[in-house]
Design a protein around this ligand. Structure first.
Ligand SMILES: [Zn+2]
Length: 214
């Protein structure tokens, strides 16, 4: 079996998406990239996370061709592969419809830096316009919104996308940014919230750099 270790990670973190409340049912998707072979392991389309086994995880190349697996890969395949193609620092991608991130995505609000955990994404969490799910347009728009400046964005009228050097980082980012989305929503309703200064952000981004490498 190709990419057994990566497939096991996809199964493990898929269950964590449900147990941590980041997704319901079969929504969301995740993948791990194996840079040496140029192949990725991605969750199957529309399959219960607790029924998914490593054999159900699909292995594709970065053009989106299935290399091994009987299942249909996630409909958001393009959203994953573009980041692996274009960013040498990205080896894990997570996409969720977690509640508060999705509320903000439906309001079209980017998340301003009212809490230091914004550093999981960068200086803010940008919100991109709506594009149909599963489309190459959506993947390209997410890339345009993030490029190498951000590790996450809100997909307009849809949900959250996060990327990282590992699946573990991308998952942590999805979880912490859901908390941030909830905090930001409430601070805005309460009249605003105090934004971190550029200097304060620089300091926390520097700390994150060393924390991530540790
Ligand atoms: Zn989605």
């Amino acid at each position: 079996m190709l990419l057994r270790e990566q497939r096991e990670l996809v199964v493990e973190y898929g269950k964590k998406l449900v147990t941590t409340g980041l997704t319901d049912g079969t929504f969301g998707n995740l993948s791990v990239f194996h840079r040496e072979s140029g192949l990725m392991a991605i969750s199957p389309s529309g399959m219960d996370y607790f029924a998914t086994t490593p054999a159900d995880v699909v292995v594709t190349d970065l053009e989106g061709n299935i290399v091994e697996g009987d299942r249909k890969p996630s409909s958001e395949l393009d959203l994953h592969r573009l980041f692996y193609q274009r960013r040498p620092d990205v080896n894990g991608v997570v996409h969720t419809h977690s509640t508060f991130a999705t509320v903000l995505a439906c309001l079209g609000w980017s998340i301003e830096p009212v809490h230091y955990l914004v550093a999981y994404a960068g200086r803010q969490v940008p919100c991109i316009p709506y594009y149909p799910f599963g489309s190459l347009e959506l993947a390209e728009a997410a890339w345009e919104g993030m490029k190498t400046d951000y590790n996450a964005c809100l997909l307009g009228n849809h949900g959250l996308l996060s990327v990282g050097g590992s699946l573990s980082f991308a998952f942590d980012a999805a979880q912490q940014l859901e908390f941030l989305a909830k905090v930001y929503y409430h601070t805005r309703l309460a009249g605003g919230g105090v934004q971190l200064t550029p200097e304060q952000l620089d300091a926390v981004l520097g700390k994150f750099q060393s924390y991530r490498q540790a």
